[in-house]
Design a protein around this ligand. Structure first.
Ligand code: NAD
Length: 295
């Protein structure tokens, strides 16, 4: 049994903390929102009065927060209370620069640290089937891996500090771009009189094959489990896709990488969100490409 502190009990953090309890760990958690604390408490998570109180006896600290500024503020707040040698794991999706700053803060306190963003969404958080993309030293990874394994199915060590976040935004940039590409093909097929099923049958077994087509098909029918069959209910919300695409563009600018399709994808998802679609699944971008107003 490990003493774990968990800060950030939202849609993802709440069920992740509950899975650590189910695995037999002692979890003390904190969130700013009472409803999130109540929901976590119902799942057996111990609730502390503050983030500092949560971490006081912790051997491992996990944070699951909205953005880089929240992670840096929470880590700066708790680190003076955290015991040297503690392993800090941030599983939020944040910018690479803030992730590397967080690692540096932990290092100053004599703590080990990992950036460990996830894919798999709320379903993966509940079912403990998340994929973790992890950045940090070998030593930190060796200590953090058994904890992550209780919340996820696949844990990939991507290299040093910040490389987990780098892997996450590169992957999601591919995803955003490929979903737009697949959607464009269906829209063109419609105009050319091609049925959705015929295009799917060809492209899914040809060189157009990709996850956005075969698992997450943006039109109803060919893949019965895709959100398109459920009125584009998430799924993976368009607002989160836009967040990740923006992070990819910030990183590309800082690193001097040329990502013109990533930039175009960010623009298109920005428009889609501005039309009030931030809460629907990102595969609904096909509506924007058809022209709004058309089914
Ligand atoms: P959420 O908004 O539901 O949860 C964030 C929680 O952090 C909230 O409950 C909020 O009250 C809490 N919080 C904020 N500041 C705090 C502070 N100073 N102290 C304590 N608690 C604080 O968000 P989420 O959907 O759980 O996502 C969390 C992270 O995971 C984000 O970075 C998101 O991009 C990433 N992510 C989300 C999904 C998803 O499907 N929801 C998938 C992959 C990655």
């Amino acid at each position: 049994m490990t003493n774990i502190a968990f800060i950030g009990l939202g849609n993802m953090g709440g069920p992740m903390a509950a899975n650590l309890v189910k695995a037999g760990h002692s979890v003390k958690a904190f969130d700013l929102v009472q409803a999130s604390k109540d929901a976590a408490a119902e799942m057996g998570v111990g609730i502390a009065g503050s983030a500092k109180e949560a971490v006081a006896e912790a051997e491992v600290v996990v944070t699951m927060l909205p953005a880089g500024k929240h992670v840096l503020a929470v880590w700066a707040d708790i680190l003076p209370t955290v015991k040297p040698g503690t392993v800090l794991i941030d599983s939020s999706t944040i910018d690479v620069e803030s992730a590397r700053k967080a690692h540096a803060l932990a290092g100053e306190r004599g703590c080990l640290s990992l950036d460990a963003p996830v894919s798999g969404g709320t379903g993966g958080a509940k079912g403990a089937t998340l994929t973790f993309m992890v950045g940090g030293t070998e030593d930190a990874f060796a200590k953090g891996q058994p904890i992550l394994a209780k919340m996820g199915r696949k844990i990939v060590h991507c290299g040093g500090a910040g490389n987990g976040q780098a892997a996450k935004i590169c992957n999601n940039m591919i995803l955003g771009i490929s979903m737009i590409g697949v959607s464009e093909a269906f829209v063109l097929g419609e105009k050319l009189g091609l049925s959705h099923q015929a295009l799917f049958d060809v492209a899914s077994t040809s060189s157009g094959q990709c996850w956005s087509l075969t698992t997450y098909c943006p039109v109803p029918g060919p893949v019965p489990t895709s959100p398109a069959n459920n009125e584009y209910k998430p799924g993976f919300a368009s607002a989160l896709m836009l967040k990740d695409l923006k992070l990819s563009q910030e990183a590309a600018q800082a690193a001097g990488a040329s990502t013109p399709l990533g930039a175009a994808a960010a623009q298109l998802f920005g428009l889609h969100n501005a039309w009030g679609e931030g809460g629907t699944d990102f595969s609904g971008i096909i509506h924007l490409l058809r022209g709004r107003g058309e089914a």
